[in-house]
Structure formats: structure tokens, C-alpha cells
Write a protein that binds this ligand. Structure first.
Ligand code: ADP
Ligand code: MG
Length: 375
């Protein structure tokens, strides 16, 4: 890894009985776009506040570029924060909002002027300097908040669900903007969100958090394609988990007998468990093809199960199918809308097939259900 920018070493934060952050260790590289992703209450904000110096850890150490800053107040850390609530000064215009911190630090006028204009250019708000926050949209106000943080040229920028208040379309647009800005300035971004798509779109690496701990950390593709736990499989997109038993491992291939009797296979490194254990077999919805049950046999080397098509939803670019699969488990299938094959209709018996390489297994985790958890 490149030079470490932010290091958390065995950080714990208790609030009375609540363990908000639980013995968490983490390295974030210089210039990395790093996201902490997880459901509400898993400790994302607390971790961010500990990095920013707004919260003192109960135990553990925080390093910035190798310097122990655990006992340093926020202003002694080269870190800025952008929150979901923009907290702009309503009576000041855009320029003065962005210039505020620099003026307080008695930065020379010329320099303030240059730096503020540069920051506004970066967030695509040139020409807006005289506007008041009340005369701008939510997205524009969030850009001002971002410019206000970037103008300080911090080493690390912390962002706590900064797009949470925006509507979906604007949020998607801002995700790309944030990524572009981060690449342009090269500052380390630590981004907190409960929105998996957001984290996947922007991050170089992400950490999926649960109960104050990191469940899995890695590049988005790796975490998505190769989830290591049931929680991660279910939190990052629909996962289609089916109960089964690991039956055999031979020549690098593992076989699992699913509830209902079907046997599926996968590379053994995607099911790194002992034979005989109960596992959950997963496959991502976009990896599956759907065909009539009595159609042609699936290609050799692929897995296949049969089920009853319950629901078909047209979503423009794709169709989403809900199928009652092995053991009565609901499976989700996404099929790109090429407009060639006729869409199967609910009530039909169907065959779902996918490649072995796209199959993974995880161990069942206590306290998690197999039903989709809706946000
Ligand atoms: N100041 C506080 N006092 C007491 N409990 C807190 C405080 N801040 C956070 N918590 C608790 O710590 C846990 C983690 O909270 P938080 O870090 O805000 O989670 P997230 O940002 O992932 O939603 C939650 O159970 C929350 O209720
Ligand atoms: Mg939070």
C-alpha cells in the first residue's frame, strides 16, 4: 500500500453500555477514496468523529501520517469535515461562506481571493460568489460546503453522508462529481454512507461495518463479487442466499447440496470450509440467466436450479424477476433488456442457471434472516 495517511489502531468507543466502535484497526492510504459502509448505528459517524478529533476514543490510537494525534484537538489535525447538513451561514454570500475560515486565520486578501475562486471552480460554482445560500438548490449548497472544506487544503477530508439530503438523480450526479474532485485534488477522502451503491460508485476501497467492527474491507468489486460473510453478501446488493450443506471438495471444486436437493458446484476457494458444515450458497442476480424449465439443458460447467416465477418487473434497462427457488427461498434475477427473448410470465416454471465461478458460500451468521432487508 502507498504511504499510510490515517491509521486506527485497536480503537474502541463506549457510550455507557453501548459499544459504538469495537476494537477497530484500519489503514487508509494517502490519496485514497475510502468509504465506511453499513446500516444505521453501526459506528460510522463515531469512527469519523474520532478521526476528526471531535470524539475521544475509550481505548486505542489514531495516527495521521505516522503522528500520534489521539490527544490532539480537531484544529491541531490537518482534517476537515463535510456533514449532511451544510451548516452554511445564511446571511453570508457564497464567496464569504467559503472564505470564512481563511479570513479567521488572517490569510492575506489576495491569497483568499485566489483560493476561494479556485475552490468554487473545482466544485463547478464559478459565477455564484454573490448568491446567498437561500437562493441555491440543495445540491449547490452542498457544493458550497464542499468548497468551504477544500479551500483549507486539508490532508484528509471526512464526509458524513454528505448527499443524504439530495434526491436520487442529484445524488448520482454528485457522486460522480465528488469522485472527479477527489481525483483532481488528490486529498484523502473518508466517506461515510449507508448507501451501498454510493460507496461502490466512488470508492477505491470500502469497509463494510457492523456493530462497531469491520466485516470486510477491500475494493468494491472484490467485496461485491466475493463476500466473506452473510452480512456482507446481504448488505451489498441482493445476494440470493440458499441454505445447503458442503458435501465434497475435489480437484479444486466444492459441491453443496441445496435445501430441496439440487447440487451446485463452485471453486473451492469460494467455499473455504470443512465438508459437512451448513453453508449459504450465493449468486448475484445479474449473473443468472432465466429460461423455461423444459427448455434446452444449461451449458456444461454451470449450476442450475428450477423454480416458480412469482413476479416480473419491468425496470427499463432490465427486468427483475422474483423466483421461488430451492427450499422455497426467493431468488432475484436481473436480465438486461435486449428486447430479443420474450419475457417469461409469472406462474411459469423456470430454470435459473449461472457459472460455477460466480457461486460463493458463506457461513450462516447468528441473528440474520435470509429475507431481504429493505432500507
Ligand atoms: N453521543 C452518544 N451518546 C450515546 N450513544 C451514542 C452517541 N453517539 C453514538 N451513540 C451510539 O453509538 C452507536 C453508533 O452510532 P453512530 O456512530 O452514530 O452510527 P452510524 O453513524 O453508523 O449510524 C449507536 O448505537 C448510537 O446510538
Ligand atoms: Mg451516522
Amino acid at each position: 500500500m502507498a504511504e499510510v495517511d490515517v491509521r486506527l489502531e485497536r480503537v474502541t468507543k463506549d457510550f455507557g453500555e453501548t459499544i459504538a466502535v469495537d476494537d477497530l484497526s484500519l489503514d487508509i492510504a494517502v490519496g485514497e477514496f475510502f468509504s465506511m459502509l453499513g446500516p444505521s448505528g453501526c459506528g460510522k459517524t463515531t469512527t469519523l468523529r474520532i478521526i476528526g478529533g471531535f470524539e475521544e476514543p475509550t481505548r486505542g490510537t489514531i495516527y495521521l501520517r505516522g503522528r500520534d494525534v489521539t490527544d490532539q484537538p480537531p484544529h491541531r489535525r490537518d482534517v476537515n469535515t463535510v456533514f449532511q447538513s451544510y451548516a452554511l451561514f445564511p446571511h453570508l454570500n457564497v464567496f464569504e461562506n467559503v472564505a470564512f475560515g481563511l479570513r479567521r486565520r488572517k490569510v492575506p486578501h489576495d491569497e483568499i481571493d485566489a483560493r476561494v475562486r479556485n475552490a468554487l471552480k473545482l466544485v463547478d460554482l464559478e459565477g455564484f460568489d454573490k448568491r446567498k445560500p437561500g437562493q441555491m438548490s440543495g445540491g449547490q449548497q452542498q457544493r458550497v460546503a464542499l468548497a468551504r472544506a477544500l479551500v483549507n487544503e486539508p490532508q484528509v477530508l471526512l464526509l458524513d453522508e454528505p448527499l443524504g439530503a439530495l434526491d436520487l438523480k442529484l445524488r448520482k450526479q454528485m457522486q460522480l462529481e465528488l469522485k472527479r474532485i477527489q481525483q483532481e485534488v488528490g486529498i484523502t477522502f473518508i466517506y461515510v454512507t449507508h448507501d451501498q451503491e454510493e460507496a461502490m460508485t466512488m470508492s477505491d476501497r470500502l469497509a463494510v461495518m457492523r456493530n462497531g467492527r469491520i466485516e470486510q474491507i477491500g475494493p468494491p468489486e472484490e467485496v461485491y463479487e466475493n463476500p466473506q460473510t452473510q452480512f456482507v453478501a446481504a448488505f451489498l446488493g441482493a445476494s440470493n442466499l440458499i441454505e445447503g450443506e458442503l458435501k465434497e471438495q475435489r480437484n479444486g471444486t466444492s459441491s453443496v447440496r441445496l435445501q430441496g436437493g439440487d447440487v451446485v458446484q463452485m471453486p473451492s476457494d469460494r467455499a473455504p470450509f470443512q465438508t459437512g458444515v451448513d453453508v449459504l450458497v450465493g449468486v448475484r442476480p445479474e449473473k443468472i440467466t432465466i429460461a423455461p424449465e423444459n427448455g434446452p439443458e444449461p451449458a456444461a460447467g454451470s449450476n442450475s436450479v428450477t423454480g416458480l416465477l412469482r413476479m416480473s418487473t419491468y425496470i427499463g434497462v432490465s427486468h427483475q424477476y422474483k423466483v421461488e427457488g430451492p427450499g422455497g427461498h426467493e431468488m432475484t434475477v436481473w436480465v438486461q433488456n435486449l428486447g430479443t427473448d420474450p419475457a417469461p410470465t409469472p406462474g411459469e416454471r423456470v430454470r435459473l442457471s449461472w457459472q460455477r465461478e460466480h457461486t460463493f458460500a458463506v457461513l450462516p451468521q447468528e441473528g440474520l434472516s435470509l429475507e431481504e432487508e429493505e432500507e
